[in-house]
Design a protein around this ligand. Sequence first.
Ligand SMILES: [Fe+2]
Ligand SMILES: [Fe+2]
Length: 147
Amino acid sequence: MNIFEALRESHERQRTYAMALIQTHGQSEARAEAYQQLKAELHAHETAEERFFYVPLMEHDNGVDASRHAISEHHEMDELMETLDQTDMSSPAWLATARKLSEKVHHHLKEEEHKFFQVAGKLLSEKQKTSLAGGYQKEYEVQLAEE
Ligand SMILES: [Fe+2]
Ligand SMILES: [Fe+2]
């Protein structure tokens, strides 16, 4: 497995969880669970991806812009989750923010898979692509266990 395949696995989970979240209603157990699931996945993925993908990518001059852009989007998603944490789950505002988060997640994954993976494909060595996959997966598991 290489780093791109490892990241795509997490991305597929995020797409599934984000879709499930916006189909939930009001103050319900289903909504609370769907949100927890997405939040835990996003937090674990962001940290592991920053450490085992964007940090090594940023060591290349041509990888700096993509890395900065992606990390700033991670921050935007974190802020949307902070807003959700502070909003009454039964209010229409909660669902509106959840929809924004879902759209942001989908946009971000598309940009990573269609643009940043191509940039990284040229800059990282074949050996690195394999070793980063292992590092990513280990860190992802550690982060997820802490959620
Ligand atoms: Fe990302
Ligand atoms: Fe990602």
